[in-house]
Design a protein. Structure first.
Lengths: 480, 263
């Protein structure tokens, strides 16, 4: 295509009546000239059209900063004006201009400072571009950034919170699973996301119907449920809150709290039952002595006194056990670590056994050797095992001792009904007692084996059960 | 890093002469004294510096806790005095730095001979029984202005929006190359400056002070300047013809003359 002759362009411009004046007044940009103190001396038509101000209200009457909202005014005084005076120009300052009706026009300002021959500031020329659209984009971007930051903070909190959080969407798919929930539900997020809770979490189906679910406003109360996790019982507090079509489940592992609660209930049982039996006995015997002592024969009185003595001794023993258990819990029990002949424990245990039970005890020491332990506490442990064996069985109770690689092993065996495999760990827990109905249990404080295990552990040893077809064998391993 | 590097300290004028320590206000750096200091460089040891976060200071030294109040900045002023062993200092502080100077002079009165306070304000926000000139909403507006301008200033939006614009090479391209500050720091400094309240400190100043008040200063209006003058034990009040908040830039001769007269 041949180039259009220059003359044509000039002719067209003339046709459009373009002139410097016309260009100034109606340029697609607002022009504003001010004195160095900000007094407005000239504005173009575009400026007036955009801002709605009348020329006469501005020229000679207003200063530039009068057209700025307070926030921008501070910025103008602290940034814009100093910069202009230092470097003679400023570029692309985002600002807002107050329109005549009080609304704000977002603009980008460029200014040039004109100086006279001596360098004294004469006039400031400012152009303002309408930046309404640009500003709304920028606001959106800023908001997006703020949102992203707050989302990142929420994610951080969710990652480190102790409570499990599980989000299930409208299609019943898991959309979010925090690390605590992974641990509680025993499933990795990568395997759970996108799947139904019942598919991803082994125990979900068993408890799903019991989970309270409702809107936040209804404040559904969490339900405590027992679930089985890798064969062990785990107690969970769980609740679901409906939000935007999804359900946010909060899961908290309350197994420890549940145990504590159970323990509290057990303490009440022990105190009410175990203390009450000897108390009743001692009280009754003492009351009889008081009321009818004169009428009784000497041997009858002595029998009653012996009962008072035996029952109060039993009370003392129970209270001592409770106190010792408490000292062990708080770490206040200090043990000795003496080295002595391991067989000496047998004499002590035999001496302490009730005279009528002694014939049932058989000592099977295969070898001697030294043991490193607290003698009194070790005697207490073995005696407790012997007492249990005597109590739970009718036949002989064998006490053994053998040398091991790095120490000695005591064993206490009986041929009684034995301990069910499912309870072999639990019997060492505080207040745990075998069911008297099913396993021939006889009650007691439920502290004996707990104390035994705590003491043996503190003597750097180990206590446990040896597997047997019938009957029970406890072992206690201790270092030499 | 030493105090001199941290605060980008620049020394001019005869060694051993009485020191004049110039402290810039919010929004700029030591460049704002460029038309004023030459007048004093013959007679005084002129000390210029940038507050941490502004100009050529060490941005890595910026500690949000330390600079959560003007006290942190006052500590830096005293650090500079100690480092350079300045005595009988003429402290010239513009805007917020007037208050920073007051805090420093209260803490170590012996260091300072005279205070020149250019456009001082002990409290920018209006309160019952006090007119500082601004409402809390106005301060929010300023913070918004700062936000939108750091957007406008950078040629590329993405690095600002997606993270901090910690690309120094970007700064080189900026047209508005004086008085640069890190946007996050500027925002924090603005917040600290415009929410500070140092009215109670005025009465504790013993040092003779000059209050330089501009005409029609929207940042520090006449009644605020008068308030400062009335609450200082020993002060001279001079109202300049100059308008705006930066007479050191818009009317350097008049500013220099007023300071000379006072000294």
């Amino acid at each position: 295509m041949p180039a259009r002759p220059y003359q044509d362009v000039a002719a067209q411009a003339a046709l459009l009546q373009e002139s410097a004046e016309e260009l100034y007044e109606n340029a697609p940009v607002a022009y504003l000239s001010t004195l160095p103190d900000g007094t407005i001396v000239r504005v173009n038509e575009t400026f007036l059209r955009w801002t709605g101000h009348a020329r006469d209200d501005l020229v000679g009457r207003k200063r530039f900063h009068d057209l700025l909202p307070p926030g921008t005014r501070i910025y103008y005084e602290t940034h814009y004006a100093p910069l202009l005076q230092i470097q003679g120009s400023v570029r692309e300052i985002a600002a807002e201009l107050l329109r005549a009706d009080g609304t704000r026009l977002p603009v980008l300002l460029n200014s040039t400072l004109v100086r006279d021959e001596d360098g004294a500031p004469q006039i400031v020329r400012t152009t303002a571009f309408d930046a309404s659209e640009r500003r709304s984009y920028e606001r959106e971007l800023l908001r997006a950034r703020t949102d992203a930051e707050s989302r990142a903070r929420a994610a951080l909190a969710l990652t480190h919170i102790d409570d499990g959080v599980l989000l299930v969407d409208e299609q019943e798919r898991i959309q979010l699973l925090n690390p605590a929930a992974e641990a509680i539900a025993d499933v990795e997020a990568s395997r759970a996301l996108g799947r139904r809770p019942a598919e991803a979490i082994a125990w979900w189906d068993a408890i799903a119907a019991r989970i309270p679910v409702g809107p936040a406003a209804a404040r559904p109360a969490p339900e405590v449920v027992a679930v089985s996790r890798s064969g062990r019982e785990q107690w969970l507090s769980i609740v679901g809150i409906e939000a935007a079509g999804s359900v946010v489940y909060t899961l908290r592992d309350v197994t420890a709290e549940h145990r504590l609660e159970q323990m509290r209930a057990d303490v009440v049982t022990v105190v009410s039952h175990e203390l009450r039996t000897p108390l009743t006995g001692a009280y009754g015997a003492a009351a009889t002595l008081l009321d009818r002592g004169d009428e009784l024969r000497d041997d009858q009185r002595r029998q009653l006194l012996e009962m008072v003595f035996a029952q109060t001794a039993r009370l003392t023993e129970i209270v001592d056990q409770i106190l010792l258990a408490s000292r062990l819990d708080t770490g206040n029990e200090v043990l000795r670590h003496d080295r002595f002949d391991a067989t000496t424990i047998f004499e002590l245990v035999l001496e302490a056994a009730p005279p009528d039970e002694r014939p049932r005890l058989v000592v099977e020491a295969q070898a001697g050797g030294s043991v490193r332990a607290d003698r009194d506490r070790l005697r207490q442990v073995v005696r407790n095992l012997v007492d249990n064996a005597l109590k739970y069985s009718d036949g002989e109770v064998r006490i053994g001792l053998e040398r091991r690689d790095t120490g000695v092993r005591y064993t206490v065996s009986d041929d009684g009904p034995g301990i069910p495999a499912s309870e072999r760990e639990q019997i060492f827990e505080k207040f745990y007692r075998l069911d008297p109905e099913q396993h021939g249990g006889t009650g007691g404080t439920g502290l004996g084996l707990y104390i035994a295990r705590e003491l043996v552990t503190r003597m750097n040893g180990r206590i446990g059960l040896l597997p047997r077809e019938r009957g029970t064998t406890f072992f206690v391993d201790l270092p030499s | 890093m030493g105090v001199v590097e941290r605060n980008n300290v620049v020394l001019r004028g005869p060694v051993g002469a009485q020191p004049m320590l110039f402290a810039h206000g919010f929004g700029c750096d030591q460049n704002m004294w460029r038309y004023v200091t030459p007048a004093f460089e013959d007679e005084y040891r002129v000390v210029l510096f940038d507050h941490v976060g502004a100009g050529g200071s060490d941005l890595a030294a910026y500690d949000r806790d330390k600079y959560a109040s003007l006290d942190g900045y006052a500590s830096d002023v005293l650090d500079i005095c100690r480092e350079l062993e300045l005595r009988d200092v003429v402290f010239v502080g513009h805007s917020v730095s007037a208050m920073i100077g007051i805090l420093a002079a209260v803490r170590e009165p012996d260091r300072f001979g005279k205070l020149v306070l250019v456009g001082p304000s002990p409290r920018y926000v209006d309160e019952e029984g006090y007119r500082g000139g601004f409402s809390r909403e106005d301060i929010e507006g300023l913070l918004e202005s700062l936000d939108s301008n750091y957007l406008g200033w950078s040629a590329q939006l993405a690095p600002v929006i997606m993270g901090r614009p910690d690309r120094p090479e970007l700064g080189e391209e900026l047209t508005n190359s004086f008085c640069r500050t890190d946007p996050e720091i500027a925002r924090h400094f603005a917040h600290v400056t415009f929410t500070s309240d140092n009215r109670a400190d005025l009465a504790r100043v013993q040092t003779p002070a000059l209050v330089l008040q501009c005409s029609d200063d929207v940042i520090a209006p006449l009644e605020v300047g008068t308030y400062v003058h009335e609450h200082l034990a020993d002060s001279t009040f001079v109202q300049l013809q100059a308008t705006g908040h930066c007479p050191n830039l818009s009317a350097p001769e008049e500013t220099v003359a007023a300071i000379r007269e006072f000294l």
